[in-house]
Write a protein that binds this ligand. Structure first.
Ligand SMILES: *Cc1c(COP(=O)(O)O)cnc(C)c1O
Length: 342
């Protein structure tokens, strides 16, 4: 029986396509309840819930892929399970057990199997776990009740016009996170803080904002929803900072770089170093690696041309191809990053 969803996979974007089911668990009276499967894409929420007033909201983003062999592969399930626990602890929410996270993800992916894009389409099934503080209270303190839910939605290929480098911009009048603040956790509030600069970038014709460290504005932090890396002298260089989100894609690319015989440096990266790098890219689940053409430091007027010939660099391209190959099952998963569903 072929009941594949009737979707034009090649024209899919990054919106929201409804699927059949989502899964939820509630935390109440000191414990997590049973997994509930629902067809409803709404939630019923008290108007005084802490997530609505005090930002007790965290999320994750991971993907499932259909391989050439027809099998479904989920990339780095365990790492996402662990990261959302750290986010929960960071803003005083109840962390979900890793095993429960995995069970819920596998369940929601299987239930919506007909929405997993076919191999070769470039599209994938995006998995979005979220956790919300649900207790009705106006006093500023952590909730005692939580809702953890996971929905999935098919998303299109990131590089519709091919794997091309893009321009990004630094706006020194904005920070997305504070030093020692919530930048290291995946909380919705960080995204609210990034919207104004993001809009400026869009209006200026830039693909993304590159944030500098919020304390000294000397070092590179990351892009709004993606980490940053550069390549020079056979070395993968990525910023180390308390205000960036530890990207699982970045972690994976660092390992692949080592596999390729590169050195890896995770350290503070002064913004002026952009003048000396051979390649640079944004990295995250959405794109894997999005090559950078040029970085414009808007307030100082300095422009760093990264790609001299307008093409993606060879190392970035190889890193991208290897990671995609592992996700799709075309390359051997030597580090056990992929959960294959049967
Ligand atoms: C999610 C996210 C990333 C990318 O992380 P991945 O695990 O690679 O998807 C990077 N920066 C921020 C701020 C994020 O929220």
């Amino acid at each position: 029986m072929d009941n594949t969803a009737n979707i034009d996979w090649t024209s899919l974007g990054f919106g929201y396509v409804p699927t059949d089911y989502n899964v939820r668990v509630s935390y109440k009276d000191g414990k997590w309840g049973e997994i509930e499967v629902t067809k409803s894409d709404s939630i019923n929420i008290h108007m005084a819930a802490t997530c609505l007033h005090y930002g007790q909201e965290i999320f994750e983003g991971l993907k499932a892929f259909r391989g050439k062999d027809g099998k479904i592969r989920i990339f780095r399930l365990e790492e996402n399970a662990k990261r959302i626990r750290r986010s929960a602890e960071g803003i005083m929410m109840e962390p979900l057990p890793v095993e429960l996270f995995k069970e819920m993800v596998i369940k929601v992916v299987k239930l919506n199997e007909r929405f997993i894009p076919p191999y070769g389409s470039g599209a994938s099934l995006y998995i979005r776990p979220i956790e919300l503080g649900m207790t009705a209270q106006v006093g500023v303190k952590p909730a005692t009740e939580y809702l953890f839910m996971i929905f999935v939605t098919p998303v299109g290929a990131y590089f519709k016009e091919g794997f091309r480098p893009a321009k990004i911009a630094i706006y020194r009048g904005y920070d997305r996170a504070a030093p020692l603040g919530t930048g290291r956790w995946k909380v919705g509030g960080n995204y609210a803080a990034s919207l104004a600069a993001g809009q400026k970038a869009k209006e200026g014709g830039y693909a993304a904002v590159l944030y500098l460290d919020p304390k000294e504005k000397k070092y590179i932090d990351e892009c709004g929803p993606a980490n940053f890396f550069a390549v020079r002298d056979n070395t993968y260089i990525t910023p180390k900072s308390d205000s960036i989100l530890p990207s699982i894609t970045n972690m994976s690319l660092q390992q692949i770089a080592l596999d390729m015989g590169l050195k890896v440096e995770a350290r503070p990266v002064p913004v002026e170093e952009l003048a000396t790098v051979e390649e640079a890219a944004e990295c995250g689940t959405a794109a894997v690696a999005a090559p950078i053409l040029q970085v414009d430091d808007i307030d100082t007027g300095v422009k760093y041309v990264i790609s001299k010939n307008g093409e993606p660099g060879p190392v970035t391209t190889e890193l991208y191809n290897r990671l995609r190959g592992i996700q799709l099952g075309d390359l051997e998963d030597t580090h056990n990053w992929v959960t294959v569903l049967d």
